[in-house]
Design a protein around this ligand. Structure first.
Ligand SMILES: Nc1ncnc2c1ncn2[C@@H]1O[C@H](COP(=O)(O)OP(=O)(O)O)[C@@H](O)[C@H]1O
Ligand SMILES: [Mg+2]
Length: 269
């Protein structure tokens, strides 16, 4: 056992990402401790996915820096990748394959040998409560089962840090609760977890600390309890609305802009 305890598993300094003229993440400086369950909250288009994409080495920062498990996300991409697991918003499971095959495939990608893969598959299936569903095609899974299988897959290589991008989006309340309790269990097992959400109840229920992010900037950073106390608010949602206002954010408008940008770029404009 490595006895050296890392104080901060994630450290960012003025981390910034521009997409053309859009500043998606604006000079974010924060540190996340080992074993923390950290929530990134923000309205649609706030920059949550872009922020964790940079930490997960999927997107390169425009400026600033970030370190994960003491590795630089630009200079030491491979080392960073070994220490993280990612479950993204858009599902990437193969529907035609059995649950167990999806897990095995991921193990192969991480060059785990057969024995290790078999052992880990058993482990993660138990953890997400899908042992008796392992030999069923994923297309026959419910939404909640799929999400749990995706999380299981993200855990196959035993990451120190797990990124969950909107882990309960579109799930019914029962399944959502089930996933929350499961995420809490993962934390107990020592995994550092960074999740994005726009469900305030979710963040309030499970997160140790949250960063409220709007227009790419961190506008508040504390435990849900402290934030509520500070603003004399009953719910975290009230705090959130204080910071981010009541104007409705139009996700569709954003994606429309992005699509138009892409088309323009392709046409050479
Ligand atoms: N690939 C991209 N190209 C251009 N703009 C993007 C791209 N990805 C995200 N954006 C823009 O960056 C901003 C932040 O997006 P995102 O990180 O997806 O927000 P969130 O996850 O909080 O909803 C938005 O304005 C979005 O339109
Ligand atoms: Mg997002």
């Amino acid at each position: 056992m490595n006895k050296i305890v890392l104080m901060f598993v994630i450290e960012t300094e003025n981390l910034t990402k521009d997409f053309g003229g859009v500043r998606a993440v604006d000079s974010v400086t924060l540190s996340i401790k080992q074993g923390e369950l950290f929530g990134l909250l923000g309205p649609n288009g706030a920059g949550k996915t872009t922020f964790i994409s940079m930490l997960a080495t999927i997107r390169k920062p425009t400026s600033g820096s970030a370190r994960l498990c003491e590795h630089d996300v630009v200079k030491n991409q491979d080392d960073v990748r070994k220490c993280i697991g990612i479950v993204f918003q858009d599902p990437t499971l193969d529907d035609e394959l059995y649950g167990i095959e999806n897990l095995d495939l991921h193990g192969r990608l991480y060059h785990l040998d057969k024995k290790t893969r078999e052992k880990r598959i058993k482990e993660v299936l138990t953890l997400v409560g899908l042992t008796d569903k392992a030999n069923i095609q994923v297309k026959k899974y419910s939404g909640g089962m799929k999400r749990r299988l995706e999380i299981a897959r993200g855990l196959m290589h035993r990451p120190k840090v797990l990124f969950l991008d909107e882990p309960t989006l579109g799930l019914d309340p029962q399944t959502r609760r089930n996933i929350w309790d499961f995420i809490k269990q993962l934390k107990k097992a020592g995994t550092t977890i960074i999740l994005t959400t726009h469900y305030m109840e979710e963040a309030d229920y499970i997160c140790d600390r949250v960063a409220i992010i709007d227009h790419g900037k961190v506008v508040a950073l504390d435990s849900p309890k402290n934030l509520k106390k500070k603003h004399k608010a009953k719910t975290l949602e009230d705090v959130f609305l204080k910071y981010t206002g009541r104007r409705i954010r139009d996700e569709e408008a954003n994606s429309g802009d992005r699509m138009r940008q892409r088309i323009r770029a392709r046409m050479g404009h």
